[in-house]
Design a protein around this ligand. Sequence first.
Ligand code: URA
Length: 238
Amino acid sequence: MSLKKKPQRIDEILFNQGFGTRRECAGLIEVGLVRVGGATVSDPGETFMADGLGIEVEGRPWVCHDLALVLLHKPAGYECSQKPSAWPSVMLLLPAALRRRGLQPVGRLDQDTTGLLLLTDDGGLIHRFTSPKKQVPKVYEISTDRPVDARQVEQLLFGVMLDDEPMPVRAEGCEITGTHALRLTLVQGKYHQVKRMVAAVGNHVTALHRSSFGKLVLPTDLAPGQWAWVEGPQAITG
Ligand code: URA
């Protein structure tokens, strides 16, 4: 993460925040479309502390963040891939300024999975949050085709064999939340892991929702398709 602690030129701030090329950012200032603290900025060389700065660009408010770390309430029907094959990309749910900053999802959720998806422009953080060594817990709310029972829970906690995995894969936590519902906590992020684990105990996932990632819980007031800033990695790992 590059923490830019010194005051920066406003044209540089706009560029770093993803508002266009350097030329486009200078142009926005020239035509009076950039305001800081309610006042129009006319000098592209005027300096400000970027992180936390409230600006307005073309009438739209924006709070500058040195680190782009956001959470998205992923709806069903979107792919996490940058170049999706069958469904639109989750990137389309983010403002253009964030897309230009080259955000990447922290791990992936399936097209039909809903819930908390983290995205960041910091490759080191992606590694830190997805590395098996770090054991960051992720909580999934699962609906199933067949009734759930104590035997399935025991097996999921004990460990199940998955194709291509040499060792049993176990859930860190598992509880029954309804006749056809489970809450599963995983510390790994293997391909289709929840669906494959539930299939391995003789059931079938009909709906999957991620409710938390590390310490971060999906806010109840964040509707599907909406996003929010995460104020630093400590909100996730403590
Ligand atoms: N496990 C799955 O099977 N799918 C997801 O989207 C996430 C975890």
